[in-house]
Ligand binder design. Structure first.
Ligand code: GAL
Length: 415
């Protein structure tokens, strides 16, 4: 009943707001505004245009989607939700709990989504047995991107342990170059922390701390060690890192101004967009010490209920997103891997093939974990509280021991 009332209120308010969106258009709220992201989004736009469905673009810049989620909340509060919204993990479940999302079960049933979408994604795409969003991709956060020429020139091999990584960073620094390209924004600090924590403590520690929110793990010496390693990373970024957008950090590696960037595989979209080739111009490898693990985030498009039935154009968008040919074409450009298990890796480059193989292996061996930094380990309230602590530590406001205490408190308050 509450769900129905919410939908009716939203529908009435939508009419009252006199929106400019035509019935056959989809208005899509997303944060894909970098060059590589926009190129990938075009694949989707063109696919829909081919079916006669118009696209009303609602971009909200800001990697990781924090700003996009703030704008979404304002739109829904004013009774004018967009038709479709790019969304991550627990945010989807939060909106589904509020009864705001359309039911996609008819499309899912007709097209057999249950059989081809990995369970780890279904955990976020389904609510109370209903499909409420269409998964576009699987990204993962524990990657390092490197400029091959810089590494070759300095005789640096791909590091496989934390100690080897630190030795490589020192070598780059000694040569007068920036070892790590980083953008000092909370979500980027957290993205690095995802990999560092996994490498420092291993998968059981990662799960206990970020997914189970176990206080002993959160307050452990291992967590302190993870923060100590973040301080080492902080000492290898350039002076202008503060506030830098992630794609500008990627550009530093593309241009050879920096050796490495720790970033999810959306970074690959930037290399490709700049005409670069894996293994020739750049290298992709798992953050040292996380070779067997994958910390994933999956972009999905959640459809906001505009009435009791899912809209025709929303259904068409969901069907387009889940089609195997789109999953291949889009993810080849985006840097991610398909959200279906039955898509061939043939069209993918070396990094994409590795991403697909790693995902399959990690899922099969219990080494696939939701990314804390990208909303797949815990709800936004806790994620944001963790962001605050990680960023304060990265910027030198807390020493590692204080950061550990603050992390425990942040989780206690927001759990
Ligand atoms: C992630 C999203 C990716 C990528 C990145 C940077 O949260 O899942 O698709 O675009 O943000 O904007």
């Amino acid at each position: 009943m509450r769900k129905f009332t919410t939908m009716m209120t939203a529908a009435a308010a939508l009419l009252a707001a006199g929106t400019a969106v035509k019935a056959e258009d989809v208005e899509v709220l997303h944060w894909w505004t970098s060059g590589g992201e926009a190129a990938a989004l075009n694949v989707l736009k063109e696919d829909l245009e081919g079916q006669g469905i118009g696209w009303q673009d609602m971009p909200v810049a800001g990697g990781g989607g924090t700003q996009a989620m703030t704008v979404l909340r304002a739109r829904v509060t004013s009774g004018n939700p967009p038709t479709a919204v790019q969304m991550l993990g627990f945010d989807i479940l939060d909106w589904a709990n509020e009864g705001a999302l359309a039911d996609l079960n008819i499309q899912a049933g007709l097209e057999g989504w249950d059989d081809v979408v990995p369970e780890a994604l279904q955990a976020f795409a389904k609510h109370d047995g209903k499909w409420v969003s269409a998964p576009v991709n699987v990204h993962s956060t524990n990657w390092v991107w490197a400029n091959k020429a810089v590494l070759d020139e300095l005789g640096i091999a791909v590091p496989t342990t934390w100690d080897e990584f630190v030795a490589a960073l020192e070598k780059v620094k000694a040569a007068g170059k920036t070892p790590i390209a980083h953008g000092g924004q909370a979500w980027q600090d957290a993205t690095v922390f995802d990999a560092v924590a996994m490498s420092t403590g291993g998968p059981d520690f990662y799960k206990a701390a970020f997914i189970d929110l176990d206080e002993d793990a959160l307050g452990s010496d291992t967590m302190k060690e993870a923060f100590d390693r973040m301080a080492v990373i902080r000492s290898h970024v350039d002076d202008n890192f503060s506030g830098r957008d992630w794609n500008l950090a990627t550009a530093m590696v593309i241009n050879g101004d920096a050796a490495f960037q720790m970033m999810g595989d959306w970074a690959k979209g930037e290399f490709l967009n700049a005409g670069k080739t894996p293994d020739q111009d750049f290298l992709c490898f798992r953050f040292p010490g996380t070779q067997d693990q994958v910390t994933f985030n999956a972009d999905q498009f959640a459809m906001f209920a505009q009435g009791p039935e899912v809209g025709k154009e929303q259904a068409a968008l969901a069907t387009a997103i889940l089609s195997p040919s789109f999953q291949s074409a889009f993810n080849v450009v985006k840097g991610s891997v398909p959200a279906r298990t039955d898509v061939s890796d043939e069209a993918f480059d070396a990094c994409g093939k590795k991403g697909m193989a790693d995902l399959k292996k990690a899922a099969g061996s219990g080494n696939l974990y939701g990314s804390m930094a990208h909303g797949h380990a815990n709800p936004a309230s806790i994620k944001n509280a963790m962001y605050d602590v990680i960023t304060a530590h990265f910027n030198g406001e807390y020493d590692s021991a204080t950061a550990v205490d603050e992390l425990v408190t942040a989780v206690q308050i927001n759990k």
